[in-house]
Design a protein around this ligand. Sequence first.
Ligand code: PHE
Ligand code: CO
Length: 259
Amino acid sequence: MSLRGSYDLAAADFSVVQDWAAYSSDEHALFRRLYQRQAKLVPLYACSEWIEAIARLDAGGGIPKFDQVSAKLRAATGWEIVAVPGLIPDEAFFTHLAGRRFPVTVWLRKPEEFDYIVEPDVFHDFFGHVPLLFDPVYADHLHAYGKGGLKAMRLDAVKLLARLYWYTIEFGLIKTPGGVRAYGAGLISSGGELAYCVSDLAPKRLDFDLERALRTDYQIDRYQTTYFVIDSFAQLMRDTAPDFTPIYERLRGLATLAP
Ligand code: PHE
Ligand code: CO
C-alpha cells in the first residue's frame, strides 16, 4: 500500500478508504514484527488500561481491518477509527476527535524505519492510540480534547493546546500501584523510549501540571527530557475540564519553558 502522502485521494474530511487487500504480505509481516517487539515490552512498561484493551483487538496477526476495529469500539465507547493518508490539518483532526472518530494513518513504515519513524504510520496510530479508546474515561477525555481543539483554533491557542496533547496523549506517564507506567502512544509504540521513559534515571518526571504542560516546549526528534505523570485518567479529565480561555490569555504573556 503506497498511500503515503496520497492526499489527492482523500475526501473533504481527509478520510480515505482503507484498501486492506492492497497491503502486501511483507507489510503484514513487518507489522507483526513491530507488534512482537512491543509485545515483550508492554507488560513491563504500559499501563493496565492499555494492556487490557489490546487483548480485545486481536491485532497481532497483521495490519488490522479498520471496519472490524470500529465495530468493537463503537460498541464499547462510541468511538470509531477513520483511515487517513497521514497527518491532517488541525481543523480536520479536531473535528474528527469531536465526532469520536480517531484518524489512523493507512500506510506502514518501510523496513529501514523499523526503529524510528518521524511521522505517524499505521503501527504507531493503531498500536499506540487505539487501545485506550476502549477506556471510557480516556475516551471521553479525548472527545473533550477535540472540542477544545476547535475552540483553541478560534482563540488562536492551538500551539498551547498541542503541547498538552504531546505531554499526555503522546508521551504521558501514569502512576500505578506497581510504579509509573506509560499511556502515551508515542511511548507505547516506541522500541526504545518505552523502557527509557519508565526506567531511565535521566529524564524529569513531573506530577501533571496543566499550565506547566501548556507552557513547555517539546522536541520531536529525540527521547523526551521531561514527562508529566498523571494519577489517573479521571485526574486528566478533571484538570482539563475548566474553561481554558482565561488560561490561554494568561499564558500568552508568559515565557515558554524549556523541556
Ligand atoms: N476545557 C478545555 C477548554 O475549555 C477543553 C479541553 C478539554 C482541552 C479536555 C483539553 C482536554 O478549552
Ligand atoms: Co500519535
